[in-house]
Structure formats: C-alpha cells, structure tokens
Design a binder for this molecule. Structure first.
Ligand SMILES: [Zn+2]
Length: 285
C-alpha cells in the first residue's frame, strides 16, 4: 500500500448503478478515502420534504456500503440546486424555496447526529436561469453556510462556471463572510485549473476534476486542490464524469512522471483534505 492516503473528494454512488463495482475499482487502484456526495436519485424533482429525507438516507447507505468494503468514506447531503427551477415550475417560487430551505434543515439535523460530514452539493443553478432564480438559490445557500459555520462543517458548492459569471468567486466569498463560514470550508467542485486559481484567489477551496492535463498543469504550477471524479454511477452513462478509479491512477501517473514527490503528496492528500473538509486522512481507523 502507498504510504499516503488517496482521496476522491467528490464521487456519487447510486443503488441503481453499480456502487459495489465502483468502490472495488477505486480500492483496487490504490484509493483509500472517499467523499460521497448526495445526488438526485429519482428522475423528477423532489416535491415533498419526506422524499428528501429518504434520498439523503440513501446517500448515507452508499457511504456505509463503501465503508463495509474497506474504504474510509464520508458523505455530504443537501438539496441539489439544479432541481429548484423544476420545483418552481411545479409549485411556484415561494413553496419551492420553502421546500429547499426545509431540506437544508434536514441535512443540518443529520450533521448534528453525525450521520454526515457536511452539506452538498448545494449552491446555484449551472444552466441559464432568471436572476430571481439565482437569488432564491443564494437564500438556500446562505442557510446552508450559516448552519455549516456553526458546526465548522464543509459546504460543497455546485454553481455556474466562471466563464458564465466572472464575479462568481467574489460572490461566493461574500456569501461565506455573510454566513460566518470560513472560506476554506467552501469547496468549489467541478473545477478546472483556471477555476482552481480563481477560487484560491478568493481564499475558497476547490475540488478539481482529476484529468491528466489538469493535474500536470496544477502540479507544475505548485497549486494543490482536492481531486475528484464526480463519477455519477449512472448505468446509461458509464464512467461519467470520470471513471471511479481515476484519482488513484492519475496520482500514480504523476508520481511516476516526477510531477509529485513526497512533500507534494502530503500536501495534496493530507493537508488539503484537512483544510477543506476537516478530514484527517492519516487516521486509518
Ligand atoms: Zn457531483
């Protein structure tokens, strides 16, 4: 076994996909730690609070499954922002907002009971919507950040790209400050190297898709984000976004290519997860 832990900081597992196979592939490639992120498991938008409860529990079950197979796994839950426009369509903006705020409340209850590590993925809509919709998203996000800050917990952010909103990181930083959340605990997921730099400039954390070219770029630059696959475990779209064994495989490649030495590995897989997620990856039990 590698002397250093190897963590995928953002992966989804779905009971209707192949969660056992995915975790096997991760472990077989030398991976050790997983942050399993909640995803919408059903086709249509959630319209009842109780369905959020059931869906969040599914994520916890996926985490338990990964742990039972030998992975060091944690999970985060929260109402997916991409659902909000559909909820608005079905029930109107007031009720949709109320539902998402209540779902954040549920997630915070689970945080209090120790079932989950943090909140996510929460944030803003990634496709074009009216500014009023993003304003509602921000209200949900502020509640998530306030709750997380009181518990010193991480918040995994799903948002539009910096290409479509060049003020994104400054805006997210302001929301953190308003909510009292340490900026390091706000993790911009689905980052590329440019997004990583933009997040770091604002003191935010970033989780980068672990592609070879991305990894080469950030290591040559000497920056260390979290590494993720954002694997969605959807049998109709296998290996999307990246295959579940990508982080261990690409880290090994970077070591062999002499892009990553021991100090770099320590930074990437111990210091960064501690700073962003509050996870001690050196604690193997
Ligand atoms: Zn995701």
């Amino acid at each position: 076994m590698n002397a250093f832990p190897i963590m995928d900081s953002h992966i989804h597992l779905d009971p209707k996909g192949g969660p056992v196979k995915a975790v096997e592939r991760f472990l077989d490639a030398g991976g050790t730690h997983l942050v399993i992120v909640h995803k919408p498991y059903s086709k249509g938008p959630i319209l009842e609070l109780s369905d959020y409860g059931t869906a969040f529990k599914t994520t916890v079950k996926m985490k338990d499954l990964a742990c039972s197979m030998g992975a060091k796994a944690n999970c985060v839950v929260g109402p997916y922002p991409g659902e909000l426009p559909h909820q608005i369509e079905a029930m109107g903006p007031d009720m949709a907002l109320e539902l998402q705020l209540s779902a954040v409340g549920l997630a915070l209850d689970m945080l209090d009971s120790g079932e989950v590590l943090g909140l996510g993925e929460v944030g803003r809509v990634h496709f074009p919507v009216a500014p009023e919709v993003q304003n509602l998203c921000d209200k949900v996000l502020i509640k998530a950040m306030e709750g997380a800050s009181r518990r010193k917990a991480p918040v995994v952010l799903h948002t539009e790209s910096i290409t479509s909103n060049e003020n994104l990181m400054a805006h997210l930083g302001e929301l953190c400050d308003r909510a009292g959340l340490s900026r390091e605990r706000a993790i911009k997921h689905y980052s590329d190297p440019k997004t990583v730099r933009s997040a770091f400039d604002m003191g935010l954390s970033a989780s980068m898709l672990c592609r070879k070219d991305h990894l080469r770029e950030i290591l040559e630059r000497g920056t260390y984000p979290l590494l993720e696959t954002d694997f969605i475990d959807d049998p109709t779209r296998p290996d999307v976004v990246l295959p579940p064994d990508s982080v261990p495989k690409k880290v090994r490649w970077a070591i062999e290519a002499r892009l990553l030495d021991d100090d770099g590995q320590y930074e990437l897989m111990v210091s960064v997860p501690m700073r962003a997620y509050g996870i001690d990856t050196l604690c193997w039990s």
